[in-house]
Design a protein around this ligand. Structure first.
Ligand code: ADP
Ligand code: ZN
Length: 748
């Protein structure tokens, strides 16, 4: 029968879907999962068709204007999953669908069947210079092309490169013949200028074999199961993932492999390519068109393995055999904008809906996953030893207070760390240094009046970047020249306080003048250095000391790294967030795990002002279980996850008084609706509590004042009820934004 009406999900913060009339001319073309253009008020919007109701919800609905997609953009599995997301995370179905489809695909990119041609630089710089100087007459154009390509990151779509450099195809071809460039059809992933260490296939050891069994059993049975794969760093979790994926492919199904964006290293991509041939890779540095093409290849069944960050969970893979979430404890799996979904939890739900297996892997599982395993919701398997039979690195903790007292000055590199580094470098081994702060000085202050230089739009201090001679806001990217004199009392000099990677680089350069040092953080990447080139050079032994932020902490596997130094372990510990101890423990374990992965033993030196904190102590002794015991006790006492659930409601706006009033009104309504005590005590009768309203720790960002309410509930039920109450009361006045966040990961 011909559909008379259609139900459309729009990307708007309005909970309901909208009904429209189907004009005669479109009766045959509309499909569920495809988009239509519809009028709403004075606007026209594109939305997803989610159903064909028999009668409209209101009197006389307007007409659909046109069909956008001739075939469904999303299949039934993604429709179901996004519908669950909308209910659980309190967004609209349209918002969830919007997040589930890559922007390029929504804009109709990636139509061409074939991958585009890409050009990559393929020579060392001195060789390249030699070639360029031999070219002669045509050299200026060739030089310009090479310079532009380097500016574009060393790799670019050929068409874009030619357009931007103004060079002709013949120049590019000539450079390719001379080996300066490689021109080939894109495979969708960054190229690898230098050979990386790619591990061979291993015969599984007994621990790995028994960990694999429940995973493969469930895969063969085609039954839902979530397995928590808990394995110390270097225990060979990757090999287990790979065998599980092979098993899935053998059964004619597909696999989705999620990693935190930062862990999507060339090494990881190469391991997958090596094992499975063509693999769909999705990451943020790819062009929209490229991502759209990969997506299509998955939907058409041409690619059966997807590797990507958070949003790859929506890959149109059918039938789905396994979803792997590597480093499942990572906070970056949670999206910080609407819809505020947690990709790990969406993965578990998707596996459940599609009868697939979810494998959550980590050396330091989140407390949530660990508790789910204890309660039998997940199957837990454990790898207690490194696969290479290498011992876990010896971890030494340096008390920075003691060190400063003994040396009578503060130094970035303690004597212990320096001597470990010298030993390693002397033996021709490599060093990784970690500090989770970019820039040179983390704040500028006046020694006379105590003034601290802050971002005018955010209530946080500005960070001095010596390379640029500028101060930056790490939140909103505000920048200004570093002031010479105090802007407040005009004292002629500012003091440069706190330490970032740039300053460490300088200090290390002075202490080890003969060593080659490279810095890997988002600043060095912004300046055009390619992480894969830096990592490639490090893997080839051309760099002795690699220094950086998160990027050097995650997933790197280099066998000749024997010393890892944590410059300052306390950055995460000092954050006003109930997960600060957990983050610190995870980060320290992760970084420490980069040392001694080969045959030579590793040393890790952790520098801290909190040497006796249990997170530091547990990282020192590689004792996850000790950490979990202490942390669980603290969480239980306060009713924090995993013992309760949280709803955080953030209010923000330019007029602080208005923000406060809106937050107070909401808190009042929540208290009366939930029957909570009027005074903000730690618990309400049934084991929950409403905390606040209070200023958020980041109380002013981009000119908006921020206040929040935190609802603690015993379970999803209470949180859901609080969210219901919030939806039933009037929206806050214009100028105040109210954002509910279910299972928040950041409390800042
Ligand atoms: P994880 O992800 O658990 O930190 P990896 O999967 O990176 O650990 O493995 C660590 C190292 O152990 C890698 O170099 C890998 O090649 C090696 N490896 C894995 N399985 C085995 C095995 N069964 N025998 C020997 N070496 C192995
Ligand atoms: Zn700012």
């Amino acid at each position: 029968v011909r559909p008379l009406y259609v139900e459309v999900a729009l990307n708007l913060p309005v909970k309901t879907c909208f009904h429209y009339r189907v004009p005669e001319s479109l009766a045959e073309t509309l499909v569920v999962g495809g988009r239509v253009r519809v009028p709403l008020g004075r606007r026209t919007l594109a939305g997803f068709v989610v159903g064909f109701p028999e009668r409209p919800d209101a009197g006389s609905p307007k007409d659909v204007l046109e069909a956008v997609d001739p075939e469904p953009l999303v299949g039934p599995e993604i429709l179901r999953l996004t519908r669950w997301m909308a209910e659980y995370y309190r967004c609209s179905w349209g918002e969830a669908l919007h997040a589930a489809v890559p922007a390029g695909l929504r804009r109709g990119k990636g139509r061409s069947k074939r991958e585009p041609m890409v050009a990559r630089l393929s020579m060392e710089r001195d060789e390249e210079e030699g070639e360029l100087s031999r070219i002669g007459r045509r050299s200026p154009r060739a030089r310009r092309l090479v310079a532009v390509l380097r500016e574009m990151g060393g790799e670019a779509e050929l068409a874009r490169l030619l357009k931007r450099s103004g060079a002709g195809r013949s120049t590019a071809k000539m450079l390719a013949r001379r080996g300066v460039l490689r021109i080939e059809r894109s495979t969708g992933a960054p190229g690898l200028p230098v050979q990386l260490e790619i591990p061979v296939r291993h015969r599984l050891n007994p621990e790995q074999t028994s960990a694999l069994r429940p995973i493969c059993d469930a895969i063969r049975a085609g039954a839902y199961r979530t397995v928590l794969l808990h394995g110390v760093t270097g225990s060979g979790k990757t090999e287990i993932y790979l065998v599980a994926v092979e098993e899935v492919l053998r059964l004619g199904k597909g696999a989705i492999f999620l990693v935190p964006e930062i862990a999507l290293t060339p090494q990881m991509i190469e391991i997958f390519r090596n094992r499975f041939g063509r693999v769909a890779v999705l990451h943020s540095r790819m062009s929209e068109g490229e991502r759209a093409r990969q997506w299509k290849a998955v939907r058409e069944g041409r690619l059966r393995v997807v590797l990507g960050p958070r949003s790859a969970i929506f890959a149109p893979m059918r039938p789905l055999g396994v979803i792997v979430v590597d480093e499942e404890h990572e906070g970056t799996f949670k999206q910080q904008t609407t819809p505020r979904y947690h990709a790990r939890d969406v993965a578990v739900m998707r596996a459940r809906l599609e009868g697939a297996v979810a494998v959550l892997g980590s050396a330091t599982p989140s407390l949530e996953s660990y508790r789910n395993a204890l309660e039998g919701k997940y199957t837990r398997v454990y790898l207690s030893r490194r696969a290479t039979r290498a011992a876990l690195p010896k971890v030494e903790v340096v008390d920075l207070a003691e060190e400063t007292a003994e040396q009578k000055r503060f130094s970035l590199i303690s004597r212990r760390l320096e001597s470990r580094m010298r030993e390693a470098l002397g033996r021709g081994e490599q060093v990784i240094l970690f500090l989770n702060r970019r820039g040179f000085a983390t704040f500028l202050t006046c020694r006379r009046c105590g003034f601290v230089l802050r971002c005018p739009r955010c209530d946080i201090s500005l960070v001095y970047h010596k390379g640029e001679g500028l101060v930056f806001c790490h939140y909103c990217f505000y920048q200004a020249p570093a002031p010479e004199a105090c802007p407040d009392c005009l004292w002629p000099r500012m003091a440069y306080m706190g330490y970032g990677t740039e300053r460490v680089e300088e200090a290390v350069g002075k202490a080890f003048p003969e060593a080659v040092i490279a810095r890997l953080d988002s600043d060095s990447i912004r300046r055009g250095e390619k992480p894969e080139a830096i990592l490639g050079a490090f893997g080839a032994g051309k760099i002795h000391i690699l220094l950086g932020t998160q990027m050097v902490a995650k997933g790197l596997d280099f066998s000749s790294v024997t010393v890892v130094g944590v410059i300052y372990a306390d950055t995460a510990l000092n954050l006003p967030d109930f997960r600060s101890a957990e983050r610190t423990f995870q980060l320290l374990s992760q970084v420490a795990g980069r040392a001694g992965r080969g045959t030579r033993p590793g040393h890790t030196v952790i520098q801290t002002f909190n040497p006796r904190h249990y997170a530091v102590e547990a990282a020192r002794t590689h004792d996850y279980f000790r950490f979990v015991r202490e942390e669980m006790r603290a969480r239980q006492a306060l009713g924090y996850p995993p013992f309760g659930r949280l709803l955080r409601i953030l209010f923000s706006g330019r007029d602080e008084a208005k923000v406060i009033r809106a937050a107070e009104a909401a808190a009042e309504q929540l208290r009366s609706g939930l029957g909570a005590a009027p005074s903000p005590g730690p618990r309400f009768e049934k084991g929950g509590a409403i905390l606040g309203p209070a200023p958020a720790p980041l109380a002013l960002l981009e000119g908006r004042y921020r206040w929040h309410i935190i609802v603690k509930g015993q379970g999803v039920g209470e949180i859901g009820k609080a969210a219901d109450i919030l939806e039933s009361v009037p929206r806050p006045p214009a100028g105040v934004k109210r954002v509910p966040d279910i299972d928040p990961v950041s409390m800042l």
